[in-house]
Design a protein. Structure first.
Lengths: 671, 221
């Protein structure tokens, strides 16, 4: 009943997309589309959250269309319900934001039809229960988001981003298709129930894992498959960027979890966890390093998504390693951490993208070097962005801290693993995680500080106005969620318990809401605990006391004086700290190795009127070492075979003939 | 009686393979056309015999279609075209007859080796028919690969199609609609090819494919 209602809602979303084709003709069309998606996503959200809250049992449904002998299977269980909550929370907030932001859209006819369709695609991926419907919805989602990336296709950078995205999406779907083919086995059991029952040899299982990592990883943005992501996510309109970065990457994570934890089943080998852990750790650090080198606000956020996906995969890798050693309690901790981070990242990354959208709407700029001082004209946006930045930098008492802390708890109990390789690998990954958390903080000090503090660096930044009410409401809903999930993590963890139990053979974390004073005790009372409420109280009290002391003992007179200017009485905003100068120390420490960063200073000789120049040269190691040779090889091979285009009819016939004979011979010999 | 019926079917299908061999080394256009007409006649008889054996009435239609179109209409039309193109006296250089025969024999062996293990379990008649049909298809392809003349290509293509019809008749139950539409598509192919032949002839003064290839080479450079 519930499931069929959800499916009907998805179909209604598609119908809204169809209305979106004609909507731009009406003055209120854009409003109507976004208001409808807002309502639908909210209903979806409430229903699935309610389903998670009461002890859920799985519903399934088979529709008689789709592949003739297969039909379309749909299923709602705790895992898909959790991800539905994530998707529709993002969808609802993005729709709310778009009610205001949509007015700034230059080409609404290229956004309105695809936005609801994109949402419907993501919801259907989560509900699918056979390989065909899964891949169909997955491609629907990919193409919907591709169309949104191409909304402003006249910009050559966007066209390139769209092309790269399309290529990578095809590659990812191919990998998933092969993975499902292996899972289905020789009998072709393409529905998920049959796949769960299949027994596979360890070699084939490992191949499925690798294909799932490639397929889901290319959509989620695992290094080195992330290259399309920082180009495509910023190219879309900002509320869509929020959905792509905050939500669609989570659908990819869902795909990985569904295949590896649910369909693949037993036995789990310990080195799988090692592989996933290593990939996750490298992704986390490289993602944040890339982000630090960016001065384009949206691209910075997109690279930062790569980092967070790395953190989620670290949690998943740990869970695999624990499950392989039958330590289900520890695996439950790691899984809880990963899923919690899925929720958190979708909340604060959406918040930050929406904040960027507000800035973009107010100034028309994404380049941080041309922004600055926005806290004065846009105080509320600045506050929301600050909360998001603090949350993503894992500062207590916000939600980002809780999930990263849980991940660290899972890392800290890893010495219980029997394999020596993992005993060494996990602490190394922990070090990478700690490094990336610290770098993330630096990254968001830069993002917030350069954008909102200081003085405006361009006239457009000086003339910015606060954004509209809808957008502010959307941002503050998310900011409030950051705070609530940080202070009451026990509620979220209890909500995740059925999901973890489903993936983990029934083992889950102990119920947290029964703990006194909302304390979080993941492992045991003797090991470690966290109380967000206490921390918040302490912060509020100490801040209040400090404020009181300052006001009590300091002078009340306001004195305005010149800012300290390093001894240069030059008042141009160009003399301020810039994004580039903020990133310089980190560029010197890490960039010289990872990005082969070189700085060149050109000083004109005394008496010359030319200005001095500082040139920075950065190389993208993955693009240059992996993708350029690959593209070169493809070009070389196709040039080599180009003569096949100019053969005579007889030669073509001979080729067909020869191929047929070879295949028949192969058939004879193989039998 | 049963074994006699089987033998007749076997002989008719086998005769098609033999006629395919004959096609391979005909170096004069008229001879090629005549052998093709025989090939189609053998097909009509084979399909008719299958219709009688299987008591399948629609196969009679197939046989009649094969007889009317392939054994009579198409060869007559091609005869006319050849005369109007004035190429009935040209000789086509066919590679060594021995070489072609050996290659053909190898293809037949391949067809049998592929088909017999695959169709294990179905009745002997269908198995033989399928093996022969595959052999006819392969020989038709060999003919197409071997020849330069456009008319020979057409004949190769049509003999290949005969092989397909034989397979369909043996395999119990290709629907009549499909069969008729295939026959018509072949007829239309003939018309199109005929028109093209004249156009090619106008442009190049020849229907030899090599002439066209040299022309294309010239344009590519």
């Amino acid at each position: 009943m519930l499931l069929s209602f959800l499916l009907i809602l998805s179909v209604v979303l598609l119908a809204v997309g169809a209305y979106g084709i004609v909507a731009p003709r009406y003055p209120e069309g854009s409003h109507r589309v976004y208001a409808t998606t807002l309502v639908i996503c909210t209903v979806f959200l409430l229903l699935t959250a309610g389903y998670l809250a009461v002890r859920p049992q799985a519903f399934s449904l088979t529709l008689p269309f789709g592949l003739p002998w297969l039909g379309m299977h749909f299923r709602l269980d705790a895992l898909s319900a959790f991800f539905l909550v994530v998707v529709n929370l993002g969808g609802a907030v993005a729709s709310l934001f778009a009610l205001g932001y949509g007015r700034h859209e230059r080409a609404p006819e290229r956004v309105l039809p695809f936005f609801p369709a994109f949402l419907a695609g993501m919801n259907l991926v989560l509900l699918a229960d056979d390989a065909f419907s899964f891949l169909f919805a997955w491609e629907f989602m990919s193409l919907g988001s591709w169309a949104l990336v191409m909304a402003h296709h006249r910009d050559p950078a966007n066209a390139r981003a769209g092309y790269l995205y399309l290529v990578m999406a095809c590659f990812g779907t191919l990998a998933l298709l092969l993975a499902f083919g292996l899972l289905a086995g020789p009998d072709g059991g393409y529905n998920f129930a049959a796949m769960r029952g299949n027994q596979m040899t360890p070699g084939l299982s490992a191949l499925v894992l690798a294909l799932a990592l490639l397929g889901a990883g290319s959509k989620a943005g695992l290094v080195p498959l992330h290259v399309w992501l920082p180009l495509a996510h910023p190219a879309a309109p900002s509320h869509v960027s929020a959905l792509m970065s905050g939500v669609m990457t989570k659908v990819a994570v869902y795909g990985f979890i569904r295949i590896v934890f649910d369909l693949l089943g037993e036995p789990v080998l310990w080195w799988w966890g090692g592989v996933v852990l290593a990939v996750g750790g490298i992704t986390a650090v490289l993602g944040v390093l890339y982000a630090l080198m960016q001065h384009d606000l949206k691209r910075l956020l997109a690279y930062h998504t790569v980092e967070n996906i790395g953190i989620i995969f670290i949690g998943l890798g740990l869970a695999l390693a624990f499950q392989a050693n039958l330590m289900y309690f520890n695996a439950a901790l790691a899984l809880t951490a990963a899923l919690f981070h899925v929720l958190n990242h979708s909340v604060f990354k959406s918040l930050l993208f929406l904040g960027t959208g507000a800035v973009l709407a107010a100034t028309g700029e994404r380049d941080m070097e041309r922004l600055g001082g926005l806290i004065h004209p846009m105080p509320w946006t600045a506050l929301a962005f600050l909360i998001g930045s603090a949350a993503i930098s894992a500062l207590p008492p916000l939600n980002g801290f809780v999930s990263e802390w849980l991940t660290f708890q899972a890392i800290l109990i890893s010495p219980e693993l029997p394999q020596w390789f993992l005993k060494f690998l996990v602490p190394a990954v922990g070090a990478l995680l700690a490094l990336s958390a610290a770098l993330a903080a630096a990254c968001f000090v830069k993002a917030f500080g350069i954008t909102f503090l200081g003085r405006p660096r361009s006239p457009v930044a000086a003339q910015a106005r606060e954004t509209d009410r809808y957008s502010l409401t959307a941002m503050f809903v998310l900011a409030g969620l950051c705070l609530v999930a940080g202070i009451l993590p026990g509620l979220v963890i209890d909500g995740l318990a059925p999901v973890v139990g489903l993936l983990n053979g029934g083992a889950r974390l102990a119920s947290q809401h029964s703990q006194p004073w909302l304390t979080l005790v993941p492992v045991g009372p003797l090991k470690s605990s966290y109380n967000g409420l206490l921390l918040l109280l302490f912060m509020v009290l100490s801040a209040a006391v400090a404020a009181w002391l300052i006001h009590r003992f300091a002078s009340d007179a306001t004195r305005r004086g010149p800012a300290w200017d390093c001894g240069f009485p030059e008042t141009s905003p160009m003399t301020q700290y810039t994004a580039g100068s903020f990133a310089q120390p980190i560029r010197r420490v890490f960039g010289s190795i990872v990005f082969q960063a070189r700085e060149r200073i050109t000083m004109p000789p005394p008496g010359d009127q030319k200005s001095a120049r500082l040139e920075v040269e950065l190389h993208d190691p993955i693009w240059e070492r992996l993708y350029e040779p690959l593209a070169g090889a493809v070009v070389m091979i196709s040039t080599r075979f180009n003569y096949l285009q100019y053969l005579t009819i007889r030669h073509y016939l001979s080729l067909v003939f020869g191929a047929l004979i070879l295949l028949l011979l192969g058939m004879v010999l193989w039998r | 009686m049963h074994s006699l019926a089987f033998d007749i079917a076997h002989a008719l299908a086998g005769s098609m393979v033999v006629l395919s061999f004959l096609l391979l080394y005909q170096d004069r256009v008229y001879a090629l056309l005549n052998v093709f007409a025989l090939h189609s006649l053998a097909l009509a008889l084979a399909v008719g015999w299958q219709a009688y054996l299987q008591d399948a009435h629609h196969l009679y239609v197939t046989a009649v279609v094969a007889l009317l179109f392939k054994a009579i209409a198409i060869p007559t039309a091609l005869h006319r075209i050849v005369r109007r193109l004035d190429i009935h006296r040209t000789l086509e250089v066919v590679g060594g007859v021995g070489r072609d025969m050996l290659a053909g024999a190898a293809l037949v062996a391949l067809a049998i080796m592929v088909m017999l293990p695959v169709t294990e379990g179905s009745n002997a008649l269908a198995r033989q028919d399928l093996a022969f049909a595959l052999a006819v298809v392969l020989l038709g392809l060999l003919l197409m690969v071997n020849r330069h003349n456009a008319i020979s290509l057409v004949i190769g293509f049509m003999s290949l199609e005969n092989g397909l019809v034989l397979a369909a008749a043996g395999a119990l139950g290709m629907p009549l609609v499909v069969e008729i539409s295939v026959a018509f598509s072949v007829l239309i192919a003939l018309i199109v090819i005929g028109v093209f032949l004249f156009r090619i002839r106008e442009r190049f003064d020849s229907v030899d494919m090599q002439a066209m290839d040299t022309f294309r080479e010239g344009r590519r450079k």
